[in-house]
Design a protein around this ligand. Structure first.
Ligand code: ADP
Ligand code: MG
Length: 253
């Protein structure tokens, strides 16, 4: 679904050049749930912004659904983004004087859906995040965890195939973080490909694969660990099947 080869990203100011990403290569399959970890300043947000076509990169090749997206115009980028990609940020970015319904409605209006279709989608996603009964509440009337659920609903209302989350639980206490994580895992089980940046190793564990970034490079793409996990599951299942199978003597009586 996503393929990056030797992506580089250099931020230039008058005085300094910062190499935020260098020789950054990564493959992500449809349906993957990937956590991204790495020290502060290692390039996690830069990677996510490039993956989501929010930022252009300096060099390398990026294909999304088999299409080279390096040379898209701004209008083409935003069309791809609107159709395929949802974002969740650490700060929930809700509009304070709009109620929940209207907050979720903002990107749908922007995409030009008709009122009835918008209403159907908004009610559907607010139901999914457990806030259907609060549609007329303002963000300030909700807890942090609930506000992040609204932000997730807003991201899902566009029915993205690809969800990008930058420290989505960074502003939440551990209990709320866990419930938001469970929601994200459920979204993945329903078929959405997810890349989630997190500081928290125990949350990173909940993904199917962990990618670690150091100094703007992928230092571990998690593929080996993922394969080892799958092998372990397979072996465990064989054991269980063997234990459950009737023995030859028992079967023949
Ligand atoms: P992380 O999300 O892992 O903390 P970032 O991707 O935000 O890291 O940043 C990677 C590097 O790029 C850092 O050194 C950061 O200071 C630099 N950087 C990020 N955004 C900008 C920008 N807009 N202008 C200049 N430097 C930037
Ligand atoms: Mg960051």
């Amino acid at each position: 679904m996503l393929s990056m080869q030797n992506i580089s990203m250099v931020y230039r100011t008058d005085l300094v050049e910062t190499h935020a990403l260098r020789e950054f290569s990564l493959e992500v399959d449809e349906g993957d749930f990937i956590s991204v970890t790495g020290p502060s300043g290692s390039g996690k947000t830069t990677f996510l912004n490039i993956a989501g076509l929010l930022e252009r990169f300096t060099g390398g090749r990026y294909e999304l659904d088999g299409r080279d997206v390096s040379a898209l115009s701004d209008a083409e980028s935003s069309a791809v983004r609107n159709q395929k990609i949802g974002f969740i940020f650490q700060s929930f970015n809700l509009i304070p004087d709009l109620n929940l319904f209207d907050n979720v409605d903002v990107p749908l209006r922007y995409r030009g859906f008709k009122a009835a279709e918008r209403k159907r989608r908004i009610e559907n996603v607010l139901e999914m995040v457990g806030l259907a009964s609060r549609m007329k509440h303002l963000p300030s009337q909700l807890s942090g965890g609930q506000q992040q659920r609204v932000a997730i609903a807003r991201a899902l209302a566009g029915e993205p195939r690809f969800l990008l989350a930058d420290e989505p639980t960074g502003n939440l206490d551990s209990h709320m973080a866990m419930s938001v994580m469970e929601l994200i895992a459920e979204i993945n089980r329903n078929g959405t490909t997810i890349i989630m940046v997190t500081h928290d190793p125990s949350l990173a564990e909940m993904a199917n694969r962990n990618v670690h970034i150091l100094d703007g490079r992928v230092s571990d793409n998690g593929a080996d660990t993922q394969m080892a996990k799958q092998m372990a599951k397979h072996v465990a299942k064989q054991w269980v099947d063997q234990m459950a199978a009737p023995t030859a003597t028992a079967a023949t009586g």
